[in-house]
Design a binder for this molecule. Structure first.
Ligand code: GAR
Length: 222
């Protein structure tokens, strides 16, 4: 088996996506190992969850720094100590400067709770509800300097149901995030993803017949 890719996960909060990656990487056949978890927030509850899972954790509190650059230089040094091949942003809620993004260019991926390029930025579930979407979802993409705009690796879609609130919709999307992120990292770490002219080419399985119809296709009866 080829060498497992070394992965560091960046978090700012509860770390449920982080745990889904740690869980997936327990499979001996998974092509990546999680070598560290870094947070910019000491209060991130995901730090304790990572520690409990036996992963090395490190926190660099951005509030202790006068500006983004000095914070990022220390953050980058802490990252480099883990010698990661790939960085996974998993609810990392700090804007990164082009300096750090370019240093990790084509090696940094992120999960975002919308079907990009729709609803970049914050409050994606609220905005999907306001827009009257019937389908919503999540995306894993490469990180580029422009926010939530990098080449898309994988996406998962869910129906928006009558009576949905931000809470019910975000929970439905989050369940798919926990499936999608391990799958996307598997593709990247196994080398089945190629970046070609700013787009992702994939050596993956496709299902031509797969469709999510919302409201359900069953409505067309009667
Ligand atoms: C996830 O829904 C993730 O997609 C989102 O934050 C949440 C983190 O949850 N990320 C973004 O909004 C990034 N723009 P988690 O800490 O439980 O993984």
């Amino acid at each position: 088996m080829p060498r497992k890719r070394r992965v560091a996960i960046l978090i700012s909060g509860r770390g449920s996506n982080m745990l889904s990656l740690i869980e997936a990487a327990r499979d001996p056949d998974y092509p990546a190992e999680i070598v560290g978890v870094l947070s910019n927030r000491p209060e991130a509850t995901g730090l304790a969850r990572a520690r409990d899972a036996g992963v090395a954790v490190h926190c660099i509190d951005h509030k202790a720094y006068p500006d983004r650059e000095t914070f990022e230089r220390d953050f980058d040094a802490a990252l480099a100590r883990h010698e990661p091949d790939i960085l996974c942003l998993a609810g990392f809620m700090r804007m990164l400067t082009p300096w750090l993004i370019e240093r990790w260019q084509a090696r940094m991926i992120n999960i975002h709770p919308s079907l990009l390029p729709l609803f970049k930025g914050l409050h994606t579930h609220r905005r999907a509800l306001e827009a009257g979407m019937r389908i919503h979802g999540c995306s894993v993409h490469y990180v580029v300097p422009e926010l939530d705009s990098g080449p898309i690796i994988a996406q998962a879609a869910v129906p928006v149901l009558p009576g949905d609130t931000e809470d019910t919709l975000s929970a439905r999307v989050l369940r798919q995030e926990h499936v999608l992120y391990p799958l996307a990292l598997r593709l990247v770490a196994s080398g089945r993803v190629r970046l070609q002219d700013g787009r992702v080419e994939l050596d993956a399985d496709w299902d031509e017949k797969a469709a999510l119809v919302s409201p359900s296709a069953a409505c067309s009866k009667g």
